[in-house]
Every structure is written in structure tokens, then in C-alpha cells.
Write a protein that binds this ligand. Sequence first.
Ligand SMILES: *Cc1c(COP(=O)(O)O)cnc(C)c1O
Length: 325
Amino acid sequence: MTLLHERFPGAELPHVSLGDRPTPVRPLPSWGADVWLKDESVFGRGGWGGNKVRKLEWIIPEAHRRGSRTILTVGGIGTHWGLAAALYGAEHGLRTVLGLVEQPVDDHVLDQLSRLEASGAVVHRYASVRRLKLAAPGLLLRYRDGLRPPYYLPAGGSSPVGTLGYVDAALELAAQVHAGEVPEPALVVTAVGSAGTAAGLTLGLRLAGLSSRVVGVVVNDSFRLDDVVIARLAKSTVDLLRDRGAAIDVGIDADDLDVTHRYLGETYGATTAEGARALDAARVDGLELEPVYTAKAFAAVRDLAPAADGPVLVLNTHGPRGARA
Ligand SMILES: *Cc1c(COP(=O)(O)O)cnc(C)c1O
């Protein structure tokens, strides 16, 4: 039973628990007087944690509901999403097939690739998004279960079903605010790689009646990511909830959140000087960030916090486990 189920009793929302909630909140004094962390890195019980596991809690039972035994999805070769899907999917009887596009290679990406190899996922690599798109129909055919096509999920698991994970996380944050564990944030900052996290938070904070504003720090230029796209995903998630029997009537539009592209750097996965500084600074607080997402989100917090008119809460969405490969 999640807070989302409590909020919408009677709605048909299949769910499997993959992590312990709530994730902890704590202050980050070295980032600013009123900067707070919600540590999503600890979410998940298997070989990988972080924000993708919250999405899989809703995606895995949806695959079963559809009678699928195979998930087909896409990402960069360093994909955290693909790895989480492979690991948690395998535990629940699902095979994961990944169409991956090359991205700048560093130690972190090499690490991810070796984790992926060990995960049992079927991996196909492509030189560009265009090549992957050309190959997609073939992958859909090749990995059918009998006559049924594989359950296709967009990059990052950011379908409306996956987005439910962060609607629930936002309800969880609101409960922590009401319990006095963290002040009501003026801003809730997250990296945006495929929009599901930011869209779910925007919707969930609204449902909870908090006035906190989501700030999405875009780290991916492989497809369009802005306030309109994120609001559209939030709206599709409202539609999904309504289809499943939830009594919900909220409108989300592009004005309901802020999005910045200032921290992206040259491209998805490219390191930036601000990101590298944030990564080093976070170690002081015992936080292990990575350069692709969280370092860029934390770099934004550094600039946002002094001007914010209230507390700033940032999500650590990165969930490595165990020894580096
Ligand atoms: C995927 C990811 C994000 C971004 O979440 P989206 O829902 O894809 O926008 C942020 N941080 C980390 C570490 C991620 O792996």
C-alpha cells in the first residue's frame, strides 16, 4: 500500500514494492543555509538503486498485467534506467532488451556497461538515435513473445505508468513536510533526463497541496525536454489515473514548473566544469554523485539557493550499489 493508493482508494494501480519508503531527508549545510536533500539513492533493494527503481514499481506489474514477458527499451550506453530494468525485471520474470545509443565514454559509462553485461540484458548498440529508430521495428518483431510484441518503454522509463513512481514520491515528501522532518521547500530541484521524475513530482506536489515549485535541470539533448513536454507527461499521467478509476481533477501546464538548460554543457553525458566542482563538493557531505545527471542538478542548486525565497530541496537520484566494476 503506497500513499498513492491511500490517496485514490479503489483505483486499479498494480504495484510491487522494490524499495523501503520513505527515503531520508536531511540538511546539506555546506550547500547553503537552507538546502535539503531527499536521498533517493537508497531506494531499491537489489544491485542498483535510485530514481528508476521507483518507476519500475509500477512498470513491472503493468508488464504482467499486459501478459508481457519482455521489456524493450532504449537509452544511452551508460543507461541507469536500462540497468535497473534488467536487474529488477529479471527478479520478476521479465527479460530486458535494450537498444542503446553511443554517448561520451568515461569511467562511469564503462562501469555501467560492465554492470549491464553482467545483468543478463540483451544489448544492441547503435551509433546514433537515427540508427536506433531505423532498427526499432526489427527489434519489436524479433523480440516478440509468441504473437505479442514486447512491452515497449520510452527512454528513462518515462511513460505515464513509470511517472506514477514520482507522484508517489512527492506525496511521500509532503508527508515528511507535514511531520516536520523538512521545511516546505520553495524549490524542489531534480535532474531531467527523460522527464518522468520532474513530471511526477510536479503532479504529486500539486495533489499534496504543497506550493513547492519543481525546477528541472535538463541534462539530455537527445530529444525535446522543456516545460511543455514535462507538463504534457504530467497530464497524460492524470489521464492514466482517471482511466484506472482515480477521482482526480487537476490541470498541469507549462507554467507549473521551471526548466533550465544552463547546466547541460555540450551534450548528454558531456562533463561540465560546474558539474565537476559540484561532484567534488558533494563528497564533503558523503554524497557520491555522477557527472551525467546529479552533478549538473547540484551545480544548479549552488546558483539557485542564494536567490530562492525559501528552502531548496534537491533529489539525489543516483543509486550505485556495491563495488565499482
Ligand atoms: C534517469 C536519471 C535522472 C533523470 O530522471 P528522468 O525521470 O529520466 O528525467 C536523474 N538522475 C539519475 C541518476 C538518473 O539515472
